[in-house]
Design a binder for this molecule. Structure first.
Ligand SMILES: Nc1ncnc2c1ncn2[C@@H]1O[C@H](COP(=O)(O)OP(=O)(O)OP(=O)(O)O)[C@@H](O)[C@H]1O
Ligand SMILES: [Mg+2]
Length: 321
């Protein structure tokens, strides 16, 4: 049996969230936020944390800075139970990335200082460790610039060793949506974009046209559509899976939390529909607390929410294989 259900290589940073600020912020004034949270951030780390919290065996590889922010981030990750034995630290005075988030109702400002996020290369990864899982996932493709040169070869090798592969690109800060992405698509078993990202990747205006294009390249695509839930394309079949009705506190990290639920179910053999239902439940769970991991750190809340929404029912009825 593989040592891990999933290995993930990616970035780690902290999210500093300031609530209650107007969209227009005047210069040279002291502006008071109504609340502040410091949480584990970054798509890859949130996914690793939440998958481990859901009970999956996760091996997570990252590089953090030697600053206090790096220590806080790694402590949070360790609490989840993810294996961090192959994580490394940057050189002396290296800085961990940080994201300052300003939620403004349904939209938000996202300001990231990447720190050493761009530095990790494929040479820093232990191939045998990554391959000791059933599945390998990559998030935040466009932030992991140091990995790009070696990624097609890494994907090819992992595929050769029998792993399934998934990708959540998240946003491209340069809005180019090209380069290594094109080379990775043929290796993917599963793509997990949001609605906007799917249209940008496919260079189409509507999600329907985008899925027509992408379905020729990737066998399974689960598109995240906020409160509406998910739109799934599996081969020639397309279906909507409605979201869970909740009053969100904060939607930061809902996409990564959707990925966690989807993968937890899918890796257990659930169908695409059951997996999307599981993803909608964990995406909605994430909105019940600040940031992407707080709802999963509150074990009481997590267990009650998963029970109320029959999360394990979607896993237990697993029937894909
Ligand atoms: N308001 C909401 N109510 C219920 N479920 C939600 C809500 N917002 C998000 N979700 C759930 O979380 C999933 C992911 O949300 P979203 O579409 O915002 O992803 P994303 O844009 O990738 O997010 P992120 O910014 O975390 O990367 C949705 O598909 C849905 O299942
Ligand atoms: Mg996302």
């Amino acid at each position: 049996m593989a040592e891990f259900d999933i290995t993930i290589a990616g970035e780690v940073n902290l999210d500093l969230i300031l609530y209650g600020l107007d969209e227009t912020i005047p210069l040279n004034r002291e502006i008071l936020a109504t609340n502040f949270e410091l949480t584990l951030g970054s798509s890859s780390a949130i996914l690793a944390h939440n998958l481990a919290a859901l009970g999956r065996r996760v091996g997570f590889v990252t590089q953090c800075g030697t600053d206090p922010l790096g220590s806080i981030a790694m402590e949070r990750l360790a609490e989840s139970g993810a294996d961090l034995s192959r994580c490394t630290k940057g050189g002396a005075k290296s800085k961990t990335g940080v994201t300052i988030l300003l939620p403004h109702g349904r939209s938000r400002r996202i300001l990231t200082y990447p720190g050493i996020m761009f530095d990790m290369t494929v040479a820093d990864l232990d191939l045998d460790y990554l391959a000791s899982a059933k599945h390998f996932h990559l998030s935040s493709l466009f932030l992991l610039r140091g990995l790009h040169a070696g990624l097609p070869e890494l994907f090819r090798e992992l595929k050769k060793r029998g792993l399934t592969l998934s990708l959540d690109t998240n946003d491209d800060p340069e809005d180019l949506w090209d380069g290594v992405l094109e080379l990775l698509l043929p290796y993917l078993d599963l793509l997990l974009p949001n609605d906007d990202e799917a249209r940008r990747i496919a260079r189409r205006d509507s999600i329907e046209e985008a899925l027509d294009v992408l379905s020729a390249r990737v066998p399974l695509i689960a598109v995240k559509c906020g409160s509406k839930g998910a739109l799934v394309q599996e081969g020639g079949r397309r279906f909507a899976v409605p979201g869970v009705s909740v009053q969100p506190v904060d939607t930061i990290g809902a996409g990564d939390s959707f990925d966690a639920g989807f993968l937890a179910a899918w890796l257990g053999g659930a169908t695409a529909e059951q997996s999307a239902q599981a993803g909608n439940i964990t995406g909605a769970l994430s909105t019940q607390r600040p940031g992407g991991t707080e709802a999963f750190r509150d074990r009481g809340l997590m267990e009650e929410f998963l029970r109320d929404h029959a999360f394990h029912f979607h896993l237990a009825r697993a029937s894909r294989k």
